[in-house]
Design a protein around this ligand. Structure first.
Ligand SMILES: Nc1ncnc2c1ncn2[C@@H]1O[C@H](COP(=O)(O)OP(=O)(O)OP(=O)(O)O)[C@@H](O)[C@H]1O
Ligand SMILES: C=C(C)CCOP(=O)(O)O
Length: 249
């Protein structure tokens, strides 16, 4: 089973509000189509999660909503969730054009945080969809948060939680960079401890309320299974079983 995140930074123009990177999304959809077409036994199970990029982070930032700072305004929730829903329809549309049986799972309707901020993400529907041959497509979203109103859940958090609950064999984060970069902009092949890369790990260059690369690495290190962070050129190799970019273990 594979859990794959399509980073918002790769499928959107992250610096321009609500702007899709249509070419990048087409390339990602092509790679996914190829991988599933090569799966002759049709037994590969794939869950896709996408991030926000310029759909969601800008809205969240305007309303002052982060993973810990919440809102009690329905208008803010609708605005952030609406932007993510728009991007989700673009992603689904590109997958449907390739005859992939992709269906949305919206975290706002299923997930929540307790008053410690811990995520509760029900997965029965994801498991059932997978068992029936669908490709569930989740996305970073705004969700109920006990005592805080509603806060952001990042696609990265969803990936980590899904991977743990579903026992994923492979976890891939496709982003706008070819991997985690060192001080000379070279890809770091392997990270086994946060300290290995702490000096070079930063936030996102663009508007991002969920923590950029540092948060990604920290979250992936908590997983038992190994995970890969790679760019668009790494997506097809990753889906074919290779380890492009940076491996986090
Ligand atoms: N050492 C590093 N190596 C690579 N990227 C880094 C590093 N430090 C900070 N970054 C930033 O992290 C960004 C990737 O994180 P970001 O959260 O924007 O990606 P994403 O998950 O693809 O997008 P989104 O969060 O919108 O879904 C890069 O574009 C870069 O700006
Ligand atoms: C609603 C938002 C901002 C989604 C955030 O998801 P991410 O891009 O994976 O961090």
């Amino acid at each position: 089973m594979i859990v794959l995140k399509l980073g918002g930074s790769v499928i959107t123009e992250k610096d321009r509000a609500e702007t899709l990177d249509g070419d990048a999304l087409e390339r990602a959809a092509d790679a996914i189509e190829t991988a599933l077409a090569d799966d002759e036994d049709e037994d590969e199970r794939l869950v896709i999660v996408h991030g926000g990029g310029s759909f969601g982070h800008h809205n969240a930032s305007e309303h002052g909503v982060t993973t810990t700072e919440g809102t009690h305004e329905a208008g803010a929730v609708m605005d952030i969730h609406g932007a993510m829903g728009t991007l989700n329809r673009f992603v689904l549309g590109r997958l449907h054009e390739r005859d992939l049986e992709a269906v949305p799972v919206h975290p706002l309707s299923t997930a929540s945080r307790d008053d410690d901020g811990d995520l509760d993400l029900p997965t029965t529907q994801v498991r059932t969809l997978l068992g029936e041959g669908f490709v569930p497509v989740l996305h970073g979203d705004v969700i109920a948060h006990a005592g805080t109103g509603a806060t952001i859940v990042s696609g990265d958090e969803l990936v980590v939680d899904l991977a743990r609950q579903l026992g994923a064999d492979r976890i891939g984060l496709c982003s706008t960079v070819p991997g985690v970069l060192d001080g000379n902009d070279e890809v770091i092949d392997e990270i086994v401890a946060f300290e290995d890369a702490a000096d070079v790990l930063g936030e996102s260059d663009a508007t991002d309320v969920t923590g950029g690369m540092a948060a990604k690495v920290r979250a992936l290190l908590e997983l038992e299974a190994e995970a890969s962070i790679f760019g668009l050129e790494g997506l097809e190799p990753f889906l074919a079983g290779e380890n492009p970019g940076t491996t986090i273990e």
